[in-house]
Design a binder for this molecule. Structure first.
Ligand code: NCD
Ligand code: ZN
Length: 344
């Protein structure tokens, strides 16, 4: 197959950042995604309905002329989030709340320290038909960084899913066979997003032959057996797994640094790279479900009606992109060839 037409996809997890960065990130995503779930880890974080609504306006203002792209807003849970905050968010049209264990990743310092005390908030999310989006890694420093996702499942995820049985939970950007198996065997109402980097790469791609900071993201790339497990679940066509790029831009000097930031800026090539993966897996017939249908169904939103066509045609991801601030950023897969292209 040299051409594939699918319902226009949505990105169920990404980071747009704020201010003039939006002039780069919003058009890059709007070029092929109709909607995107926007992560709230700004500095300071988007913790309330009011902050989410003003952030949404800034995103809408950064859309290219004529674009119908729609941001889907989330709020950031802290130790102080109240049931009333959730009710206000619901009224403002916020779809979901994102939980970062404090210190787990970029801009998560205001995240949750005591998960146990958040159960009333989880109940309120379920009552208001909102989703809980989870960065599923423990933050205990003595736990090996490669084991933090599995530990989170055992210490927390099992309990959350069991104790709030009517809560819809998205296990974000899963990276392990453990997480894939957990979601496969979980009750209805539990799903996961998967990034292009975790399907394409494993930890050798970050560490073998030299440190590659542009492949450093959190949760960190795991060994190839985990990569293979993720590839197997998307190939299976299970509706519990859907597209979330986790596109997360950081200027080049923040990545190529003594203490580099976590995050891959994949918006420029994500859809094409997912297509490449499904093609490699001989599963192009499963791409549309993953990219365009299962996420909308899980969120309870209408499926898109427009279509996008991808063609088998090689092109190179740019080595560097200039941010509106003038600073360079290195996109994910920079300088590498991608074998599928969006037909314009
Ligand atoms: C994200 C970011 O930069 O905001 N980084 C990342 O490595 N994925 C945060 C996150 O999703 O963990
Ligand atoms: Zn993310």
């Amino acid at each position: 197959m040299n051409e594939i037409t699918i319902i226009k996809p949505d990105d169920w997890h990404l980071h747009f950042r704020d201010q003039d960065m939006l002039l780069e990130t919003v058009p890059a995503t709007a070029r092929c995604f109709e909607r995107a779930v926007v992560m709230p880890n700004l500095v300071p974080p988007v913790t309330t309905a009011e902050l989410a609504l003003s952030y949404k306006e800034r995103i809408l203002a950064a859309r290219p002329a004529g674009s119908t792209f729609t941001p889907l807003m989330t709020i950031y849970l802290t130790d102080k989030t109240s049931v009333e905050d959730i009710q206000d968010a619901k009224k403002a049209g916020v779809l979901a709340a994102k939980m970062y264990p404090a210190g787990a990743t970029t801009n998560s310092d205001s995240g949750v320290n005591s998960l146990e005390s958040l159960y009333p908030v989880f109940e309120a999310l379920a009552e208001n038909d909102m989703l809980l989006l989870i960065h599923g890694e423990v933050t205990q420093k003595h736990i090996d960084i490669f084991d933090r996702e599995k530990e989170f499942i055992d210490q927390h995820m099992v309990n959350i899913v069991k104790r709030v049985p009517n809560l819809k939970v998205v296990f974000e950007h899963i990276t392990t066979k453990d997480a894939a198996d957990f979601v496969l065997n979980a009750r209805e109402g539990v799903a996961a997003t998967i990034t292009p980097q975790h399907l394409l790469l494993n930890r050798n791609d970050m560490l073998d032959g030299g440190v590659r900071p542009h492949n450093y993201c959190l949760p960190i790339l795991k060994r190839s057996t985990h990569q293979e497990a993720l590839r197997a679940v998307v190939k299976s066509g299970s509706p519990k797994f859907f597209l979330g790029t986790d596109s997360a831009p950081h200027a080049r000097h923040r990545k190529e640094s003594d203490c580099g930031c976590a995050g891959c800026y994949s918006a420029w090539s994500a859809l094409e790279l997912y297509t490449q993966v499904f093609d490699e897996l001989d599963a192009l017939d499963k791409l549309e479900g993953f990219a365009s249908l299962y996420g909308a169904d899980f969120y309870g939103l209408p499926r898109n009606t427009e279509v996008v066509t991808l063609v088998r045609e090689a092109w190179d991801v740019p080595e560097s992109i200039a941010l509106p601030s003038g600073e360079p950023i290195v996109p994910f897969f920079a300088g590498k060839s991608v074998s599928w292209k969006i037909k314009t």
